[in-house]
Design a binder for this molecule. Structure first.
Ligand code: ADP
Ligand code: GN1
Ligand code: MG
Length: 363
């Protein structure tokens, strides 16, 4: 849908004259735009996002969380002498002082654009991946001091793999767009591995693995890397910061970053689990996360990686069966290709599971 961006942007406290606004980034959830404003002779950029209100039904609560987390991060950046405009997200309020705008039945928010920084869809250089591990490890460390009771649980059961499995089975039974027969092999694979579902959820329920405030969407493209120095600058995409497990945060980074190809690669011969990058990430993450990580968490990092991959594959397949309504797609069959890459990666992780676990457990 095309919006009157000039009018929308004019309602935010972004300074200068509107110049342009175009679709930006490769996130699967919100619609992200790069806004350019002209201030005197200078172009100043912002990020405008149309919030996915199909998923985030209570935007007040979502933005309450984002404001709290961004202010908390900002204070910590200032305390360590960093640059708060580049090392954390900064919400640009509306001219009425609100954290988001309701416009034509949609919700929009704005962030300061983090300049001279990049996000990667695939690991090109192991050093970037190491840096992202340090960034997410630091973020977990920082959030250890965050009062969880201040946050709304925006998407309950987000990484409850048992619930995800129930949703998947429901989608299979309903088969609303008649795609079930075509994906029987994939459905069988999900069912064959269903014993994985309780592996971490049950340990959280039993108190063996602690619930912490976590990011819950630790993809490489949710870390901004300084284009000049290669150092990680900021962790972004804070919509899912809520109670979770370190094992999931670790695992989701592995799921995305240890893939030798893109998440939606159609040629499976290119898709492999990269053990070298697993070691790289593990080293960076453990160096930054701090000593509070428990033995049980360490023992379950590798399981977190398998589970996040299995769960994400299942979510892609569920979405395929439900006519591609959740994850943003740009072509037919994309969610099925995404399912296949996750299946391949999970299979390879399971083949190497003992060594993955040993690597994570050595102090
Ligand atoms: P989604 O929830 O859809 O994944 P994100 O918040 O992750 O949306 O944003 C999508 C992409 O937009 C990111 O991967 C990043 O490349 C870019 N982006 C987001 N926020 C900023 C920012 N403040 N400065 C520069 N780029 C950004
Ligand atoms: C979505 O928003 P984005 O693109 O960073 C999704 C994650 C999935 C990921 C798969 C809120 O992440 O849970 O793991 O796609 N985010 C949400 O690439 O559902
Ligand atoms: Mg994102």
């Amino acid at each position: 849908m095309e919006y009157n961006f000039k009018e929308i942007c004019g309602k935010f406290a972004a300074e200068g004259e509107y110049e342009s606004c175009e679709r930006y980034g490769e996130g699967h959830i919100n619609a992200t735009y790069k806004l350019t404003m002209r201030q005197g002779g200078k172009a100043v950029r912002y990020i405008l996002q149309q919030i996915n209100t199909r998923l985030f039904t209570d935007v007040d609560k979502l933005m309450h969380n984002i404001e709290l987390v961004t202010s908390f991060c900002r204070a910590s950046v200032i305390k360590r002498g960093g640059d708060p405009m580049r090392e954390c997200l900064n919400v640009v309020p509306t001219k009425e002082g609100k954290s988001y705008l309701n416009y034509a039945g949609k919700s929009f928010r704005m962030y300061v654009f983090i300049e001279n920084a990049v996000t990667y869809q695939i690991v090109r250089d192991a050093r970037d991946f190491y840096e992202s591990a340090v960034a997410f490890g630091n973020f977990a460390n920082l959030l250890a001091d965050f009062d969880a009771s201040q946050l709304y649980e925006i998407l309950p059961d987000f990484h409850n793999t048992k619930k995800r499995y129930e949703n998947f089975k429901r989608a299979v039974d309903r088969d609303i767009c008649g795609r079930k027969a075509q994906v029987q092999r994939e459905i069988d694979w999900m069912e064959k591995h269903s014993d994985l579902c309780g592996k971490i959820v049950d340990k959280i329920a039993g108190g063996e693995i602690p619930l912490r405030v976590t990011h819950n969407d630790t993809k490489l493209n949710n870390v901004m890397i300084d284009a000049a120095t290669g150092k990680a600058l900021a962790v972004i995409d804070l919509d899912t910061v809520m109670p979770g497990s370190l094992c999931y945060d670790f695992g989701d980074s592995i799921r995305f970053g240890c893939n030798s190809a893109a998440e939606d690669e159609a040629d499976l011969s290119k898709v492999h689990f990269r053990l070298d990058l697993y070691k790289t990430y593990l080293e960076g993450y453990l160096s930054a996360v701090g000593d509070f990580i428990t033995k049980a968490e360490r023992e379950n990092l590798a399981m977190g990686a398998v589970l996040m991959t299995y769960e994400c594959g299942m979510r892609f397949l569920t979405d395929y069966l439900e006519n591609d309504v959740y994850f943003h797609t740009t072509r037919e069959g994309q969610n099925l290709d995404r399912t296949h890459t996750q299946m391949r990666l999970a299979d390879e992780m399971l083949e190497n599971f003992d060594s993955l676990q040993k690597l994570a457990d050595v102090r």
